[in-house]
Design a protein around this ligand. Structure first.
Ligand code: PRX
Length: 582
């Protein structure tokens, strides 16, 4: 179904991508590579291209980072500052024995050290693993253990969560602790293998020799969820920078004078790619706000820094919509010229509201942790069809296919697939070749796990996930990881978890629990279980709704039938029950 109504509106500026059709015809990844100034395929490093190149140019004193703390304090870092600070982090890590290919994880709030550390890690050829600061000990343990991380950079407020699981992490040699006001810091007593960030940095030079890398060497990994098993480490390589650079330029439309704000945390792929590398590869000033969502505060951040381009998520936009016009009218956000959204379906209602309130059309973008960059999207120079994710990025071939890999005609629903070959496609799943190969099991295609259809003009329309993965408030959560954490609660013997549609968050997590003998259902117990998951696993992955039940439906081979739980919850047909356990 194609929505006839189209919107083409709103750049007061000439867009970087002037004509989509022409760009598709003439596109070559090599041109983007040349624009980025990569004269060789070896001896490169994403951090050199994103930071040092600008620090050696007229952009040396240009503000790269406008940072605003949760408490309202602000700091500015130029490209020159980021170069010097990241050099010191790189030198510190080398002094701690970190070498090319080693994993260094970063578990920090959105403070400048988070960004500086990730850059420093890339500079010495190590692999950065950003972790979301809402993670609890269980989530931290799974990631550090699987990746074999050698060093972790964290802060005074979060280190205690690491202490809880350090015993189970034989590869973790050193924890670097930065002092944050919130955690008190000054007087805290460090553990034996903990070192103080500020003291270590002080010993190091502002100069360094950046590790020469090849395009195929890894530089970051992010854990992401699937239907089965614990989260998997998606590994990305320096080659990604070509995709980061050109998608940022053409899709987010960033231009020299822009002040750009991406509201995502680098613990998620959007925050790493478009809240760090992409904009800095383009030499753009970006804003980082440490605090959480708050309508009035968000607009105040935009006003204070004069944000011109904003990349956010549908859940945030829906929350802003529900907050009404009051907060937005209190601030002057007239500098804003362009808005993009990612992570979940963007409702046409939100687009219409955005047109009314901001006078701007919100542009949807679709991609995944595995694709490493925006794949299907709307462009400033192309009419938006509200409800559609837009059209493939030039140089990317997307299609709707059947299980045999045959391309389906416009209007048919099927598997959303991409032809491998773009620079930022993931290069492995850490220590799990089988899982990696699954993405490519239909010959010639990378399968996304999403279902969609395409209209006759080549616009793609999202339908849903083909698996049990839950997208809640733009965060990807695997039911298995929540179920495993739930059964660790003393009252729970069995757990089944589904995503339940929710008008604000897209989906919420709903858990069906069987209680251990001796425990009785009660509201207090529900609250206790929610708190347990928030603290053990993560603040974003706890079940907002819990039902107690006698049993959880399973197949004869013992797999939880989440499809059935979902159908029953939503009052939908139960479908084929032939595999249901008696
Ligand atoms: O289901 C799709 C949904 O998010 C999934 C990827 O999640 P993650 O790897 O965490 O990356 C999210 C941000 C890049 C996809 O398989 N998704 C992403 N963008 C959209 C979307 N669903 C609908 N519309 C989108 N624009």
């Amino acid at each position: 179904m194609t929505m006839k109504k189209e919107i083409l509106k709103n750049n007061k500026t000439q867009p970087n991508l002037k004509d989509y059709a022409v760009a598709c015809k003439e596109f070559r990844w090599e041109d983007a590579e040349n624009e980025l100034g990569l004269s060789t395929k070896d001896g490169i490093n994403i951090a050199t291209s994103a930071i040092d190149t600008h620090a050696a140019s007229w952009r040396k004193n240009k503000v790269a980072l406008y940072w605003e703390g949760a408490d309202g304090g602000c700091k500015e870092y130029s490209f020159g500052d980021l170069q010097r600070e990241s050099n010191r982090v790189g030198n510190m890590l080398r002094s701690l024995g970190v070498r090319k290919g080693d994993r260094v994880f970063v578990f920090l709030p959105r403070i400048p050290e988070l960004f500086i550390s990730i850059i420093g890690i890339a500079k010495i050829g190590a692999v950065a693993g950003p972790m979301f600061s809402a993670f609890g000990p269980e989530a931290i343990r799974d990631r550090l253990k699987d990746s074999g991380a050698k060093v972790l950079i964290t802060d005074s407020s979060l280190r205690e969560r690491v202490h809880q699981v350090w015993d189970e992490l034989p590869d973790l040699k050193t924890v670097v602790v930065t002092r944050t006001v919130e955690g008190g810091g000054g007087g805290e007593k460090l553990w034996k293998r903990e070192v103080r960030y500020e003291e270590e940095i002080e010993k190091e030079s502002h100069h360094m020799t950046v590790e020469p890398m090849s395009l195929d060497d890894p530089f970051y990994m992010l854990y992401t969820s699937g239907t089965t098993g614990k989260p998997k480490g998606v590994v990305h390589v320096h080659h990604d920078m070509i995709s980061h650079y050109i998608t940022t330029k053409w899709v987010l439309d960033l231009q020299e004078e822009d002040v750009y704000w991406c509201s995502a945390d680098p613990g998620w792929v959007t925050g790493t790619v478009y809240g760090l590398w992409g904009p800095w590869l383009n030499g753009i000033s970006q804003v980082v706000f440490e605090g959480r969502y708050d309508a009035e505060r968000w607009y105040a951040v935009m006003e204070r820094h004069g944000v011109t381009v904003w990349y956010t998520a549908p859940t945030a936009l829906r929350m802003l919509m529900r907050a009404g016009d009051g907060p937005v009218k209190k601030c002057d956000i007239s500098a804003l010229r362009y808005i993009c959204s990612v992570g979940e379906p963007l409702n046409p209602e939100v687009i219409r509201w955005g047109m009314d309130v901001y006078g701007l059309c919100i542009h949807d973008t679709w991609w995944q942790t595995e694709t490493g960059a925006i794949m299907i999207t709307n462009y400033p120079s192309m009419p938006v069809r509200p409800g559609s994710m837009g059209r493939p990025f030039p140089g990317v071939k997307a299609a709707i296919i059947d299980a045999q890999g045959r391309e389906l005609p416009p209007g048919s629903s099927g598997i959303l697939a991409l032809k491998p070959g773009w620079p930022s496609i993931m290069r492995s799943i850490w220590k799990d070749k089988e899982r990696y190969d699954e993405y490519f099991k239909i010959p010639g295609w990378y399968t996304t796990g999403d279902t969609a259809h395409m209209d006759t003009d080549g616009y793609f329309w999202f339908i849903g996930r083909a698996d049990d993965v839950i997208m809640t408030a733009g965060h990807r959560v695997g039911p298995f990881e929540v179920e495993s954490a739930l059964v660790e609660h003393r009252a729970v013997v069995e757990a089944g978890v589904i995503g339940k549609p929710d008008p604000d968050r897209g989906q919420i997590i709903k858990a069906f629990l069987v209680l251990r003998e001796g425990f009785n259902p009660s509201d207090e117990l529900k609250e206790d279980i929610k708190e347990f998951i928030k603290h053990r696993l993560s603040g974003h992955a706890y079940p907002k709704e819990i039902d107690f039940c006698e049993s959880v439906p399973k197949t004869r081979s013992g797999k939880i039938m989440r499809r059935l739980l979902k159908a029953r919850e939503l009052g939908l047909p139960e479908g084929d029950l032939s595999t249901l356990e008696d």
